[in-house]
Design a protein around this ligand. Structure first.
Ligand code: UDP
Length: 188
C-alpha cells in the first residue's frame, strides 16, 4: 500500500511462523501498519525501508484492509498491535516462552505485567524496564542476561521501531514487537 508492505497471512498462520522462528532462533520483528505509519513512510525513506525489512507487517487499522480490498489484495481482516500482543502472550503462556517488557512509565509497566499475569498464570516474565531508561547498553545488557524469547517495546512510533532496528542484532531474543500504547491498555 503506497510502497509499504503488509503481511497477508491470517493470524493462525502468522503464529505458526512465529513459533517456528522462536524454535530456530530466527530473529524477526513485527510492525503494525496503519494509515499514520503509511503517511510517515511517504516522507521518510528510512522508515519505509525499516518497515519493509521487518519480518511481519500486521494490518492494524481498518484503513489498511479497506485499501487492500480497493487494490484487489487479499486482506479482509485487521490485526491490531494490542491484539497481536495478546496472541503472543497466549502463545507464550501455552508454550513456555519467556517475555520481556520495555516501555511506558514504571507504574504502568508494573501494573500491566500484574494484570497480564492474572490472565496468564503460567507466563514466564523474564523482566521489564520502563521506557524512560534511555541507556541502550543498560537495556541490551538486561535483555541478554535474561534471554527472553519475545520482547515487547512500548515507546510509541517511530521511536520503538528505531530502537528495535538499532539493537535487534545484539539482543538475545527471537521476536520483537513495537506495541505503542499497549502497556497502558493492559494496565487498565
Ligand atoms: N513512552 C516511553 N518512553 C518515551 C516516550 C513514550 O516509554 O520516551 C511510552 C509512553 O509512556 C506510552 C507509549 O510510549 O506508554 C506511547 O504510547 P502512544 O499511545 O503515544 O503510542 P502509539 O501507539 O500512538 O504509537
Amino acid at each position: 500500500i503506497l510502497g509499504v508492505k503488509v503481511t497477508a497471512l491470517p493470524i493462525d498462520t502468522l503464529l505458526e511462523d512465529i513459533e517456528r522462528r522462536i524454535h530456530s532462533r530466527d530473529k524477526g520483528r513485527i510492525v503494525a501498519i496503519n494509515p499514520e505509519k503509511i503517511m510517515m513512510a511517504q516522507k521518510d525513506g528510512n522508515l519505509a525501508s525499516l518497515l519493509n525489512q521487518s519480518a511481519y507487517q500486521i494490518p492494524d487499522g481498518v484503513g489498511v484492509s479497506i485499501a487492500s480490498k480497493l487494490l484487489k489484495g487479499s486482506i479482509r481482516w485487521r490485526i491490531t498491535g494490542v491484539g497481536m500482543m495478546e496472541n503472543l502472550l497466549q502463545l507464550a503462556n501455552e508454550k513456555n516462552h519467556k517475555v520481556f517488557f520495555y516501555g511506558a512509565k514504571e507504574e504502568t509497566v508494573v501494573k500491566a505485567i500484574d494484570k497480564i499475569q492474572q490472565s496468564y498464570p503460567n507466563l514466564q516474565v523474564a523482566g521489564y524496564i520502563n521506557g524512560y531508561e534511555k541507556d541502550e547498553e543498560v537495556i541490551v545488557d538486561r535483555i541478554n542476561e535474561v534471554k527472553p524469547d519475545i520482547v515487547f517495546v512500548a515507546l510509541g512510533s517511530p521511536r520503538q521501531e528505531l530502537f528495535i532496528d538499532r539493537n535487534m542484532s545484539r539482543m538475545s531474543a527471537a521476536i520483537f514487537q513495537g506495541v505503542g500504547g499497549s502497556f497502558d491498555v493492559f494496565s487498565g
